[in-house]
Ligand binder design. Structure first.
Ligand SMILES: Cc1cc2nc3c(=O)[nH]c(=O)nc-3n(C[C@H](O)[C@H](O)[C@H](O)COP(=O)(O)OP(=O)(O)OC[C@H]3O[C@@H](n4cnc5c(N)ncnc54)[C@H](O)[C@@H]3O)c2cc1C
Length: 443
């Protein structure tokens, strides 16, 4: 069975667009990618700015499928646990999974460059940089390309994928079609990046193999390790309100705030005040829409179809999984219309589920990881996992360490949470009671 097309056009050579191109090129299609930014590989310094992402099992599976896992593994740092920095200055490590299970810190720019390098090794992939796409005409199968010098070309396409992120030009065109469902919602928190530089000769000033969290109820700081010994920290904080970005106007106010809540981190951040005022405050959006495709010619993929908040570290992983599932469905469908229909039907419930899981995980990370009731439930959960290592897997584990559909992870996670609430209310809980009651959530 083969889907007919001479050329396939992709908008965006970000993480998902680049990986999608590789999947399509392996199937023999001629692929053209239009990217609005310049080629970040020609300016490695900017590309390598230490902004990092957590890569987990779904991402690895999708990379492995096209044979590029190894290149990325070489530059990924395993994070085996959350390292919680408590308000009293103490640290507590909470392993993410069983022995050896980890999520991996990778540089966003480095990963994107590697994916583009891998893509350009295929003679049938061309990436066109500095080409901003606007005004997609779905009926005419045509879009406008705005070049660096402002010149505008119109290009025809046969099959178009929009991998152009949360503010997609293809999605903007779909929004003007009849019965297109669309919502975007911002959370009241924004984020700002700060840096803990490397110590002497590139040493790590904190535990290297952990994702560090400073949960402070309504807001939090996190830090992920980089290859060069530094950590990229992200402060998630309200835009407005009594304690908020909008209330911090001077270096003295920033100094007071950071020292009050994160003194151990500040001690390792000599440039935090400059970073605080120099780095932008960015917003966090969840985008839900449907359908993702138009007839037999255009389809959204990655953030353009389902941008989510970053608290489960799954946006990119979900986009990579989109590519793997699309590729799998390509073997089962003979025409593009059917393929796009099957793809969106299969992915939409999972995209919705990870959007919900990601919003819930913000509350868990910023508030609950230091909450005694939550910790009690975690302890019971660990005991169930010890008693039934092959039959129990936590919701976090399903999302991060397996390819179980997100919608199943959400549903099973809710069942588990209900049981953990029941169990945590039992006074003298022992293994017999635990075993008897856990049966319903084992596989
Ligand atoms: C603070 C933060 C932390 C995150 N952490 C994680 C994490 O730990 N793990 C994880 O899995 N995910 C994480 N994510 C989510 C992840 O960044 C996204 O899900 C991922 O980047 C989506 O990839 P994409 O290729 O779909 O979109 P993008 O990465 O946004 O790429 C879109 C590409 O399209 C190009 N483009 C856009 N518009 C046009 C246009 N009109 N014409 C031409 N080109 C265009 C852009 O320049 C870009 O190259 C995080 C997100 C944020 C904001």
């Amino acid at each position: 069975m083969s889907l007919q097309a001479e050329r396939i056009t992709i908008l965006g050579s970000g993480l998902v667009g680049s990986l999608l191109a590789i999947y399509l090129a392996k199937r023999g299609y001629q692929v053209d990618i239009y990217e609005r930014r310049p080629d970040m590989r020609k300016n490695r310094v900017a590309a390598g700015r230490s902004i990092n992402l957590a890569l987990s099992e779904r991402g690895w599976t999708a990379l492995e499928q096209v044979g590029i896992r190894k290149q990325i593994e070489d530059v990924a740092i395993p994070m085996y646990a959350r390292m919680v920095h408590n308000t009293d200055g103490s640290l507590s490590g909470q392993p993410y999974g069983k022995d050896g299970q980890a999520i991996y810190s990778v540089s966003r720019g480095g990963l994107n460059c590697t994916l583009m390098d891998c893509a350009e090794r295929f003679p049938n992939i061309s990436i066109h940089f500095n080409q901003r796409i606007e005004d997609v005409n779905l009926k005419e199968k045509q879009f406008a390309v705005i070049k660096e010098d402002g010149q505008v070309d119109r290009i025809n396409y046969e099959i178009l994928f929009g991998a152009d992120g949360a503010f997609s030009a293809l999605r903007a065109a779909l929004q003007r079609t009849d019965r297109f469902e669309y919502s975007q919602s911002y959370i009241e928190h924004g984020y700002k990046e700060l840096t803990i530089p490397a110590g002497d000769s590139g040493s790590f000033l904190m535990e290297k193999n952990a994702l560090h969290i400073w949960p402070r109820k309504n807001f939090m700081l996190i830090a992920l390790p980089n290859q060069d010994g530094s950590f990229t920290c992200t402060l998630f904080f309200q835009f407005d309100g009594e304690e908020s970005f909008s209330r911090i106007k001077t270096k003295a106010e920033a100094h007071d705030f950071l020292n009050r809540y994160f003194p151990d981190a500040v001690a390792m951040m000599p440039h935090c005040l400059d970073d605080f005022f120099h780095n932008p405050t960015s917003s966090l959006v969840t985008v839900r829409c449907y359908p993702w495709s138009y007839e037999d010619s255009a389809c959204l993929i990655g953030d353009s179809a389902h941008a989510i908040v970053p608290f489960f570290g799954q946006g990119m992983n979900c986009g990579f999984e989109d590519c793997r599932i699309l590729d799998q469905l390509m073997t089962e469908h003979a025409n593009w219309h059917e393929l796009f229909g099957a793809f969106q039907l299969s992915r939409k419930p999972n995209a919705d589920a990870i959007a919900t899981l990601a919003l819930n995980n913000f509350i868990e990370m910023r508030d609950l990881v230091a909450d005694p009731h939550f910790l009690k439930k975690k302890k019971i959960e660990s005991r169930i996992a010890q008693l039934y290592p092959d039959q129990f897997i936590s919701a976090y584990g399903m999302v991060s360490f397996t390819n179980i559909p997100y919608a199943d992870a959400l549903r099973r996670g809710r069942e588990q949470n209900n049981l953990l609430e029941e169990l945590s209310a039992i006074p003298n809980l022992d293994d017999d009671i635990l075993s008897a009651m856990s049966k319903k959530i084992l596989k």
